[in-house]
Design a protein around this ligand. Structure first.
Ligand SMILES: C[S@@+](CC[C@H](N)C(=O)[O-])C[C@H]1O[C@@H](n2cnc3c(N)ncnc32)[C@H](O)[C@@H]1O
Length: 524
């Protein structure tokens, strides 16, 4: 049996660091110092007292705001084996639209009048309605510890969106903002009927509710909006590691934010999962709702040492998707991708879905991208006869391959050339901003472009804290954080494009050498 509750909650400043959380252990001294107490966990939400847990809750809030987005996580209080059940959260402790409306007649009656609202809109209104109740709701302790603001794309302002630089990303961010605006407008009549306080009916409040749902809900079979799961929603993310690296089968990935946690785990009599796993089955199954015991169950996806941070895979995401749904990105994300704009007639040439035509994080073009460009680079009259070669992933001819690689290089270069700053300038911007934030005033801007200076000036203005109220300071801090996320995102994207250029150039060199060898041997 899983040992009974050994949980501690600690507020400290462990993760006030710019390093990604993924893989970084919590500092053991903090963990050792953490008061192991049911009482502390009880602060989050009383029913968690009945949870089974074999990890500690380590809270780390390092910034001037109370609950700043993603600084807390869960750490093991003892060694944990891969496959062990580490947390169960009973159904009655899950916050769902259904559980909220079943205890609130007014909400239930009002919702009946708006059958066209989506599940996410219903959950957002239900969440705001619960917050509106203040201390009288049984959910108050849980609601109180939710982050006060988020950094998902729909919360980005103009400057932050423009800092993404790439058209696709800017479009994604604008679409996210628009979607939230539309959802909010459609729900305003319902919120009016519920007499929500003015500040809970604003677009800002809607953004908060929508971001809470996007970044914290977990998949449940009976509601596509998912559920909020106290304590379970403190697990931070690690990209699915055992993912076959170049798997391009998107169909079974990325099912839903937050946690694509398909149930179906095989369990043996002790609470560990049978080994060996089928890597495919293992991929996204470290948590899920289990009907038989009516609880959300969390399993360790690997072995952990005492003090390690315990991580969960929410699914397979590119950095832009992580930013869109969760408000963070990974500096080393094996599932990151870059997309180059294709020629219009390329789409009609292939049956591959558009999102399979991309460049891998290591710079290699995807199978589908290569196959498509190979066919496109073939004279129209020959395409039918060589279609099977491109579809099997082989090069059509040396000449064709050179055209393909050169086309990819040209397009990567064009994308990089369209950006107002270079990779080096982005690195410099991030370093400079860190220095400014660390109060180091001796900054050498060096030889940078005008765009870089304009962006830096905008940042300095943002960072100007003179005569700022506490609220304005918080707003500025968030804005700077989002802007940095945008710069980090475009930097990682540009690095993929650069890797791709190097990869294609190496291949071109190899092909040229081969051709030279061939010519030499022909002439002998
Ligand atoms: C389900 S919550 C996890 C708990 C959260 N850290 C907290 O303090 O409440 C998901 C959020 O945590 C943060 N997060 C999760 N994994 C992260 C990671 N690997 N790096 C940075 N932030 C992460 C992001 O803000 C994300 O939206």
């Amino acid at each position: 049996m899983v040992e009974s509750l050994v949980v501690s909650l600690l507020w400290g400043s462990i993760f006030f660091s710019r390093t990604p959380l993924d893989g970084i252990p919590f500092r053991k001294p903090y963990l050792a110092a953490a008061p192991s107490s049911l009482l502390r966990l009880n602060l989050i939400y009383p029913p968690v007292l009945r949870f089974t847990a074999s990890f500690g809750v380590v809270a780390a809030c390092g910034e001037d705001e109370g609950n700043c987005g993603g600084r807390r996580g869960l750490a093991a209080v003892r060694d944990i084996m891969k496959g062990e059940l580490i947390l169960t959260v009973p159904k009655e402790a899950l916050m769902t639209s259904e559980s909220l409306r079943s205890k609130d007649q007014k909400l239930s009656a009002a919702l009946c009048k708006y059958p066209k609202l989506s599940s996410s809109q219903v959950l957002a209104v239900s969440l705001l309605n619960e917050v509106n109740k203040g201390k009288v709701t049984r959910w108050y302790p849980y609601l109180k510890q939710l982050p006060r603001s988020y950094d998902i794309l729909s919360s980005f302002g103009r400057l932050e969106i423009e800092a993404l630089q790439m058209d696709d990303a800017i479009w994604t961010a604008e679409r996210a903002v628009e979607k939230d605006k539309m959802d909010w407008r459609e729900a305003t009549a319902l919120m009016g009927e519920l007499n929500l306080k003015h500040q809970l009916s604003t677009f800002k409040a809607w953004l908060w509710a929508s971001a809470t749902i996007s970044s914290r809900t977990m998949h449940i079979p009976w509601d596509s909006a998912g559920c909020l799961c106290p304590v379970g929603d403190l697990f931070n993310y690690a990209a699915p590691a055992e993912e076959p690296y170049h798997s391009e089968n998107k169909a079974c990935q990325n099912v839903s934010p937050l946690h694509d946690t398909s149930p179906g785990k095989v369990q043996n009599s002790g609470n560990s999962v049978e080994e060996p796993f089928d890597a495919h089955v293992q991929r996204l199954i470290d948590a899920g709702y289990e009907e038989e015991i009516a609880a959300y169950c969390f399993y360790a996806r690997r072995n952990y040492r005492k003090g390690d941070q315990v991580l969960l895979s929410y699914g397979t995401y590119t950095n832009l998707e992580l930013l869109e749904h969760y408000g963070f990105l990974l500096h080393e994300n094996p599932n990151d991708k870059a997309f180059v704009p294709l020629e219009p007639d390329m789409y009609s040439l292939c049956s591959w879905p558009k999102d399979s035509l991309y460049i891998h994080q290591d710079g290699k073009p995807s199978f589908a991208l290569l196959a498509t460009v190979r066919l496109w680079a073939t004279p129209v009259t020959h395409r039918r006869s060589v279609g099977h070669i491109s579809h099997s992933g082989h090069q059509i001819s040396g000449e064709n391959e050179v055209t393909v690689l050169e086309w990819i290089v040209k397009n990567c270069r064009a994308l990089l050339g369209n950006c107002s700053t270079s990779i080096e300038e982005d690195e410099l911007l991030l370093n400079t901003v860190d220095k400014i934030q660390d109060h180091d005033t001796s900054i050498d801007f060096g030889d940078v472009s005008r765009a870089c200076i304009i962006e830096l000036s905008a940042f300095l203005e943002m960072n100007d804290r003179k005569q700022c109220s506490q609220v304005q300071m918080c707003r500025k801090t968030r804005s700077i954080h989002r802007w940095k996320l945008a710069v980090e995102w475009r930097l990682s994207y540009k690095r993929i494009l650069c890797e791709c250029i190097s990869h294609c150039n190496e291949r071109l060199e190899y092909l040229n050498l081969n051709e030279l060898d061939q010519r030499n041997s022909d002439s002998i």
